[in-house]
Design a protein around this ligand. Structure first.
Ligand SMILES: Nc1ncnc2c1ncn2[C@@H]1O[C@H](COP(=O)(O)OP(=O)(O)O)[C@@H](O)[C@H]1O
Ligand SMILES: [Mg+2]
Length: 241
């Protein structure tokens, strides 16, 4: 597996990236001097304490937030130079995202939630096929309130991967789940990288998740203070938390 990934090449590059939020005349520098690369198909974990800037970093990778300085490239695109319209297309086509609290539409069924992207005119796989990939085809007509947290998160994963994005971003995807259910979700996310060669970037404050990553980006007090490559990542089954 390692050999296969070694020649996949760089998908994302950050050069001297920083982020400052302004509230009136008060500047809050939340990230500075971020330099890193992420390879195509890589399983990346962003690890750090609460408030350290992980979500901000993740959001900048997916064009959901803008960098205040520096350059972000994605394949042949320079994300930091895109117009609003181009950025919107980038997010819609290239980026899938999963959040801690699923963010499903409560009045739509599982299948309708997964089908949302195609309703917006974005090319996707058949919603039922996506639900099958997460093992939930028999739940297709259920509303979010009729499903457990783990099932709702699997629907959110189906929705994110239905459009086959090159980049799958996950912000604390197991944060609201118990260990067993969280593990099922982790396995699905790992499979996206290991089996489908999709680039997966996951934010967590759980240090144990470092073991499943090809690369761990440690964020602390608004800087990336360490990047560690993992030549023998564990499977989600092997970690216990
Ligand atoms: N939209 C925003 N406006 C102002 N400050 C923000 C915004 N988003 C995040 N922050 C601040 O940036 C810092 C990092 O936040 P965040 O990236 O969410 O950290 P983490 O995900 O590691 O918990 C925090 O101090 C937070 O208050
Ligand atoms: Mg966060």
């Amino acid at each position: 597996m390692g050999d296969f990934k070694d020649h996949m090449g760089v998908l994302i590059t950050l050069k001297n990236v920083g982020k400052t939020y302004y509230s009136g005349s008060v500047a809050n520098e939340v990230l500075k001097d971020v330099n890193l690369t992420i390879d195509e198909g890589e399983m990346v974990v962003i690890l750090g304490p609460s408030g350290s800037g992980k979500s901000t970093l993740l959001n900048m990778l997916g064009g959901l937030d803008s960098a205040t300085c520096g350059q972000i490239t994605f394949g042949e695109k320079t994300v930091t130079d895109l117009t609003d319209r181009q950025l919107s297309a980038f997010r819609a086509i290239d980026v899938g995202i999963i959040f801690q609290f699923y963010n499903l539409i409560p009045t739509l069924t599982a299948m309708e939630n997964v089908g949302l992207m195609s309703e917006l005119g974005i090319e996707t796989m058949d919603p039922l096929e996506a639900l099958k990939l997460v093992g939930l085809e028999e739940r297709k007509n259920n509303f979010p309130s009729q499903m457990s947290g783990g099932q709702q998160q699997r629907v959110a994963i189906a929705r994110a991967i239905a459009k086959k994005p090159r980049l799958l971003l996950c912000d604390e995807p197991t944060g609201a789940l118990d260990t067993e259910t969280g593990k099922e979700v982790l396995k699905l996310l790992c499979a996206q990288s290991r089996e489908d060669n999709r680039t997966v970037v996951m934010v967590t404050h759980n240090a144990l998740f470092a073991d499943i990553a090809d690369k761990v980006i440690y964020v602390k007090n608004g800087t990336v203070n360490k990047i560690v490559k993992n030549d023998n990542p564990k499977s989600a089954d092997e970690i216990v938390w």
